[in-house]
Ligand binder design. Structure first.
Ligand code: NAG
Ligand code: NAG
Ligand code: NAG
Ligand code: NAG
Length: 295
């Protein structure tokens, strides 16, 4: 709410995160459901069974039935591919291939996994378009990674949150009309949430138009975010780029962030946070409440 700031600006002001934390945790409990087991016909590789002697196991979501036409619901295929990759004894690469657009519903990808897992996003991933198409129980988060240790999310792909209809909910600040708001349902999903996880790397992706926070980390350790671009319109409400809370040993670097709210917001219970080379604007800067080292 402090207006436009230029590049490399750092702002310090207080932020209230306790209520967000509580709400998010409740939403997670409500929307948690057991993952389905993979169907016997689903094989990780495009045309063959996995090569047991290779050092990395490959799991392409299309081999699990994902269509990738931007309309079909690919949620089950992603869940099955995740389960297979997560249960692999070796490191696994879960592939979202280039040239396709996958529509997936709010989903919790649950660990712990047997080995490290890399989510390679080269295509586009997006949620259903707007609040009317979302189930009531999961309106506070879209893609959740829960209890994962040793995961990397990378690739040249795009994660598109299709936030436009959420930003227009009556309860959101109407920035053109003297900042007035009208009562109404307001919950909006954070796009990617990492919860109680460790050793997480996010690298190289393009991320845009989140209904609310683009990335949210809570209860995590050893988080590294590198070379991401995050883009949402200046007028989009609460679209913080990266929000962390109760999370430590965080390195955030080489990011270009342009959103309607903070570039990075740091809530309660964070320490050892290292932020460098962030290009931030017209978003509000970096917001925090603890004693943190920012270089
Ligand atoms: C700021 O951090 C302190 C210490 O971690 C905490 O006690 C306090 O509640 C926080 N304030 C806000 C507004 O989050
Ligand atoms: C399986 O992977 C190993 C190691 O990468 C490779 O040498 C071998 O040729 C592969 N076998 C097949 C059938 O692809
Ligand atoms: C962290 O995860 C990466 C894979 O993303 C893995 O290669 C590495 O060994 C892990 N490090 C630790 C300390 O677990
Ligand atoms: C800072 O980040 C930008 C965007 O990722 C990158 O192009 C540039 O090389 C980085 N600069 C340094 C000094 O690492």
């Amino acid at each position: 709410m402090l207006g436009t700031l230029g590049l490399f600006m750092i702002l310090v002001h207080l932020v209230l995160v306790q209520s967000r934390d509580f709400e998010g945790y409740q939403a997670l409990q409500i929307s948690f459901s057991p993952s389905p087991s993979p169907e016997p016909t689903a094989f990780p590789c495009e045309r063959s069974k996995p090569n047991e002697s290779a050092s990395v196991m490959y799991y392409n979501v299309k081999s699990f039935g994902a269509i990738g036409d931007g309309v079909s619901d690919d949620t089950q295929a992603f869940k099955m591919a995740w389960d297979a990759a997560c249960q692999a004894r070796k490191s696994s690469l879960l592939i979202v291939p280039r040239g396709s657009s996958f529509m997936i519903q709010s989903t919790i990808f649950t660990g712990p996994c047997r080995n490290t897992i890399t989510l390679q996003i080269d295509g586009t991933i997006m949620p259903p378009d707007g609040p009317d198409l979302w189930p009531m129980s999961s309106k506070r988060q879209w893609l959740v990674f829960y209890r994962i240790s040793g995961m990397s999310v990378q690739g040249g792909g795009l994660i598109d949150g299709r936030g436009e209809k959420w930003w227009k909910l009556p309860c959101k600040p109407h920035r053109g009309v003297k900042g007035t708001t009208i009562a109404g349902p307001c919950d909006s999903p954070a796009m990617m949430r990492f919860f109680m996880s460790s050793n997480i790397t996010v690298r190289g992706l393009r991320v845009r138009n989140s209904p609310q926070f683009h990335f949210r980390f809570d209860g995590c350790q050893k988080v590294h975010i590198d070379s991401i671009s995050i883009n949402s319109p200046r007028s989009s409400p609460n679209t913080d780029g990266i929000h962390i809370e109760n999370t430590n040993s965080v390195k955030i670097q080489n990011l270009v962030i342009s959103t309607g709210d903070d570039c990075v917001s740091i809530g309660a219970g964070c320490y050892n946070v290292d932020i460098r080379n962030i290009t931030c604007g017209p978003s509000h800067g970096i917001r925090y409440n603890s004693s943190i080292n920012i270089t």
